[in-house]
Ligand binder design. Structure first.
Ligand code: CP3
Length: 354
C-alpha cells in the first residue's frame, strides 16, 4: 500500500524529516463552513449526516477543497460506540449530546458488551473506506475514537456540559462498576480502531477530552491504563506501513511524560502548555500535535499569523510537530481566518526543517 503523495503528516508523526510543518484542524469539517451547514440540512440532522456514508464523505472532503490541509479526518463522532451499545444517542440543539439510557445501575453495566464494528458501526467503516477511495492517495486519512474514560463520562452522565458529578461519585463510591464499563469500552475501542485501520485509516487518534478532570492517580487508573490497553491491541503496521497513533488528553499537560510512555507515537496538546516546554519534557520519544488556542482564530489574520509563528518557534527546529488547534474549531470562526492559519504555518515553517 503506497503512502499518500502528501505524506508530511505521517512523516511528522513518525519524526521523519519533512519540508514544512503539516497542519490539520480538529473539527475541520464543522459548522463554521457554510457548505457543511448545507449538507447537514440536506441530511436532516447531525446524526443522519454521520450515518450516511455518501454525505459523511462529502463533508469530510469539504475543508480539503477550501484549504491546503495535510490530512483528512473521517467525519463521525466519538459517541457512535455507546450509541451502538444501545444507549440511544440524540442531540438537543445548542446543548450537545444526550443518551436516552445512561448507565446508572449495576444490571445495565453488567449487560454492556463491545459492539461488533462491522454490525451497528458499519456506517462508520463504510465512510472510512469511501473517504479513503475519494482521497486517491493524495492525503492521509485519520481514524479516531473517544478514549474508554471519555466515553464512560458520557455513558454514566447521560450528557456533556456538566461537572461529571455522577461519574465521579461512581469513581469514588463504586470503582469496580466504573472499571467494568472501562474494560468493555477498551475492548470496543480497540476493535473499532482496528476495523477503521482495515478499512483505510492511515493514522488513529484517541480523544481523551475529559481525562483532565481526574486526579493524577485516578488518571493512571481510570484513563491512561485503558488507553495503553487499546494502543497495545493496535497493529504496528498495516499493509506494510506504520500506523501512527495520537493520544490527546485535554488538560493532560501535567502528565506528558506518562502519556509519552503509553506506547503512542504522538501527543495532542491543548493550548495551556508551551509546546517548547512540552518538547523538552518528552524529548525524542514522541511527536507533538497542537496547540493554538481555538479562540485565536476569532481574532484577525495578523494576530493569527503572529501566534502561529510563536508556536512554530517554540517547537523549534526539526521534525515531530503536527500543527493543530488545542481543541476543536469554534463554529463562529470566519472561514478566511482558517485560510490565514494554514497559509501562515506553510509559509513560516520551512526554515525550521532545513
Ligand atoms: O475533527 C473532525 O473534523 C472529525 C469529526 C469530529 C466530530 N466530533 C464532529 C462533530 C470529531 C473527531 C468529534 C469528536 C468528539 N465528539 C469529541 C472529542 C473531541 C472534543 O471536541 O473534545 C467529543 C467530546 C464529542 C461529543 C460531541 N459531539 C460534542 C460535545 C458535540 C458538540 C455539540 C454542540 O452542539 O456543540 C458533538 C457534535 C459534533 N461532532 C459536531 C461536529 C461537527 C457539531 C454537530 C452539528 O453539526 O450540529
Amino acid at each position: 500500500m503506497p503512502r499518500p503523495r502528501n505524506d508530511t503528516f505521517l512523516r511528522a508523526l513518525l519524526r521523519e524529516p519533512v519540508p514544512y510543518t503539516p497542519i490539520w484542524i480538529m473539527r475541520q469539517a464543522g459548522r463554521y463552513l457554510p457548505e457543511y451547514n448545507q449538507t447537514r440540512a440536506r441530511a436532516g440532522s447531525f446524526l443522519a449526516l454521520c450515518r450516511d456514508p455518501d454525505l459523511a464523505t462529502e463533508v469530510t472532503l469539504q475543508p480539503l477543497s477550501r484549504y491546503a490541509l495535510d490530512a483528512a479526518i473521517v467525519f463521525s463522532d466519538i459517541l457512535t460506540i455507546p450509541d451502538a451499545m444501545g444507549l440511544g444517542l440524540y442531540f438537543v440543539d445548542g446543548e450537545g449530546p444526550r443518551f436516552e439510557r445512561p448507565l446508572r445501575d449495576e444490571s445495565a453495566i453488567r449487560n454492556l458488551a463491545p459492539p461488533d464494528p462491522t454490525g451497528p458501526l458499519r456506517y462508520v467503516l463504510d465512510a472510512v473506506a469511501q473517504v479513503r477511495r475519494s482521497l486517491r492517495d493524495e492525503l492521509p486519512l485519520i481514524g479516531f475514537s473517544g478514549s474508554p474514560f471519555t466515553l464512560a463520562c458520557y455513558m454514566v452522565e447521560g450528557r456533556g456540559g456538566t461537572d461529571f458529578a455522577t461519574l465521579k461519585s461512581m469513581l469514588y463510591n463504586e470503582p469496580s462498576l466504573l472499571h467494568a464499563i472501562l474494560a468493555v469500552n477498551a475492548r470496543a475501542v480497540a476493535a473499532y480502531l482496528n476495523a477503521q485501520i482495515e478499512h483505510g485509516a492511515q493514522a488513529v487518534m484517541l480523544f481523551d477530552t475529559w481525562g483532565g478532570i481526574l486526579t493524577s492517580s485516578a488518571y493512571e487508573e481510570f484513563s491512561l491504563g485503558y488507553m495503553r490497553e487499546v494502543l497495545s491491541a493496535l497493529p504496528q503496521r498495516y499493509g506494510g506501513e506504520r500506523i501512527p497513533t495520537i493520544v490527546f488528553t485535554k488538560g493532560g499537560g501535567l502528565w506528558l511524560e506518562r502519556i509519552a510512555a503509553s506506547g503512542c507515537d504522538a501527543l495532542g496538546l491543548d493550548w495551556t502548555i508551551d509546546i517548547g516546554a512540552a518538547r523538552m519534557r518528552v524529548g525524542n520519544r514522541v511527536a507533538l500535535q497542537g496547540n493554538l488556542d481555538p479562540a485565536i482564530l476569532l481574532s484577525s489574520p495578523a494576530t493569527i499569523e503572529k501566534h502561529a509563528n510563536a508556536i512554530l518557534q517554540a517547537f523549534g527546529h526539526g521534525s515531530g510537530h503536527v500543527f493543530n488547534l488545542g481543541h476543536g474549531v469554534s463554529q463562529f470562526t470566519p472561514t478566511n481566518h482558517v485560510e490565514a492559519l494554514v497559509r501562515a504555518v506553510h509559509t513560516a515553517s520551512p526554515p525550521y526543517h532545513v
